[in-house]
Design a protein around this ligand. Sequence first.
Ligand code: GRF
Length: 199
Amino acid sequence: ARLVVLVSGAGTNLQALLDACQDPSYGAQVVAVGADRPGIEGLARAERAGVPTFVRRVADAPDRAAWDRDVTDVVAACEPDLVVSAGFMKLAGPAFLARFAGRYVNTHPALLPSFPGMHGAADALAYGVKVTGATLFLVDDGVDTGAIIAQRAVEVADGDDVESLHERIKTVERAMLVDVVGRMARDGWTVHDRRVTIP
Ligand code: GRF
């Protein structure tokens, strides 16, 4: 299966996928990595792995709709079976969803539907929950509202700060991403009434 991975930052989730794809039996290859900003470690990781990259900044487009269409076209040209948002900090626009809904997955550092949005780990810590985690879901037109593919739990420790909690979540998140994307790539998936099944 052909993967396009979208990043905005450190790219440790991307790195986990790149590492997994080294093994042919994993069943997937990262054919391109896209970003909404230059100069990030995620792009450097792709370059070190010899994977083509592209950058599309919203600020360089006439407007958000034009950016959405441009990103849609550049991703579509890669002919992906699956598009993975791995810390990509932009919401998918209507053109992108029209093309990739149902095969655009995102990873979130909380147990959705709790703590959606940009600060999943911080919001869970501030609320005082004792268990949080990571969620992989199919992106729809809401914010972190799409059909859930997989979730893993992480306990909040006494003395956690946002950084320590998020790092512990990210360790689990990367393992889940590699496991589940690989299964999707090899075995496919179905969605009925928000219930996602990987056979
Ligand atoms: C992940 O926890 C992701 O869920 C969140 O941002 C983090 C990205 O980490 N949205 P990385 O760039 O993959 O290291």
